[in-house]
Design a protein around this ligand. Structure first.
Ligand code: CMC
Length: 392
């Protein structure tokens, strides 16, 4: 027996030291390696941010060139991996495919699996950042019955991803700049968020010495839930269900009713008790993207803004400090870019892979790293004796 601090949901437990991401939830501040998210989102490229999260400093020009070259070289998948996709049911959710195929990478890349070798760790990190987008796009292609598109290495990271999603062997596709820029921004905003459920999952899995492909697969599984990364898909489902501005108040009442499981998706956050700084940026960009891309999605955006307006002035939400989070508006942009709903959480996973591997790298090079092993407060029966089945 022992005395342990009871902290369900780890509301007040710091599980590690980390120099990667800083959040002040009361003030609504988010910084990667000290840089405000607002500056990175508007000025940097996704791979520049990936380098920053991974190595701690913004890259100088030759360093970024090298990094882009390395990531680009690793975008291909082992050809045998294609058979894995064929094994999935034709309408499998792309997140289900992603969990499985990323986990299987450890069966292909044995030459970088020694987790105590710094160079191996780095190669695995590069492989994950490079290959997850290829797998994600292939999962989508499988779900719509189209042939998988190979990466084209003369394209930038986000443009390459869009092309793998939307080109076909008989009809090439050049992504519009606005789409590439919007994706770059969304990926930066989703790249890391300190010890959230999926990142903590990656760390916990990795603390036992498990290989990084297996750890990231565990992170993807955790991300899928609607309280975490699955919220972006759930927000769109919710907006479509509400359907009309006139219905907003009825759904607000449902969200407040404790006997109704309905929650306002995209609202509330464990750490932010203020407007999520990422949501603020996305809301801004939403205007821009919807203006430049066909405006068929505007009704949903208007509905979302109306919902936000009502919630921010409602006592229930004000008292509980529930504000829009990163996922409230992201789905509307993804939809405007032509990305289907069941890919939203996959998009989150592509971006967050950078955060996951950065945390895994940080943990593995920390001499104080020990296996993660939470305790519990036992609340089961006291000792009792086994009875033969005839006497029970
Ligand atoms: N709609 C209605 N009520 C809510 C909501 C919501 N979206 N979020 C929290 N509440 C209420 C909750 O019922 C509770 O009320 P009471 O104190 O009367 O029991 C109070 O607010 C505190 O909520 P909690 O569930 O104890 O807070 P938590 O920190 O455990 O959960 C959360 C945080 C994000 C899981 C939750 O706010 C939620 O379920 N939000 C909707 C899902 C969502 O948008 N998730 C995306 C999170 S951001 C992206 C990411 O990082 O993954």
């Amino acid at each position: 027996a022992g005395i342990f601090t009871y902290d369900p949901g780890f509301m007040s437990t710091a599980s590690c030291n980390s120099a990667i991401t800083y959040i002040d939830g009361e003030q609504g501040i988010l910084r990667y390696r000290g840089y405000p998210i607002e500056q990175l989102a508007t000025k940097a490229s996704f791979l520049e941010v990936a380098y920053l999260l991974l190595y701690g400093e913004l890259p100088k020009e030759p360093e970024l060139d090298d990094f882009e070259g390395v990531i680009t070289r690793h975008t291909m998948l082992n050809e045998n991996l294609k058979d894995f996709f064929q094994g999935f049911h034709h309408d499998a959710h792309p997140m289900a495919i992603l969990v499985g195929v990323v986990g299987s990478l450890s069966a292909f890349y044995h030459d970088s699996l020694s987790v105590h070798d710094e160079r191996h760790r780095e190669i695995s990190a590069h492989r994950l950042i490079a290959k997850v987008p290829t797998i994600a796009a292939a999962a989508y292609k499988h779900s719509i019955g189209e042939p998988i598109m190979y990466p084209r290495n003369d394209l930038r990271y986000c443009a390459n991803f869009l092309r793998m999603m939307f080109a076909t062997p008989c009809d090439d596709y050049e992504p519009e700049l606005i789409a590439e820029k919007a994706l770059n921004l969304l990926f930066i905003l989703h790249a890391d968020h300190e010890q959230n459920a999926s990142t903590s999952t990656v760390r916990l899995a990795g603390s036992s010495g498990a290989n990084p492909f297996a750890c990231v697969a565990a992170g993807i599984a955790s991300l899928w839930g609607p309280a975490h990364g699955g919220a972006n898909e759930a927000v769109l489902d919710m907006l479509l269900e509400i359907g009309d501005v006139k219905e907003v108040r009825r759904f607000m009442e449902k969200a407040k009713d404790k006997d109704d499981p309905f929650r306002l998706m995209g609202f509330g956050h464990r750490v932010y008790k203020n407007y999520d700084p990422r949501a603020k940026i996305i809301r801004e960009v939403c205007h821009q993207v919807l203006e430049e891309v066909a405006d068929v999605n505007n009704p949903l955006f208007e509905l979302a803004m109306e919902l936000e307006e009502i919630a921010l002035n409602d006592d229930y939400f004000v008292e509980r400090k529930l504000y829009p989070n990163v996922d409230f508006y992201s789905g509307i942009i993804y939809r405007a870019l032509g990305i289907p709903r069941n890919m939203f959480t996959v998009m989150f996973a592509v971006a967050r892979t950078v955060g996951w591997v950065s945390h895994w790298m940080e943990m593995m090079s920390d001499p104080g790293n020990r296996i993660g092993r939470p305790r519990q407060i036992y609340c089961g029966p006291d000792q009792r004796d086994y009875l033969p089945i005839s006497q029970r």
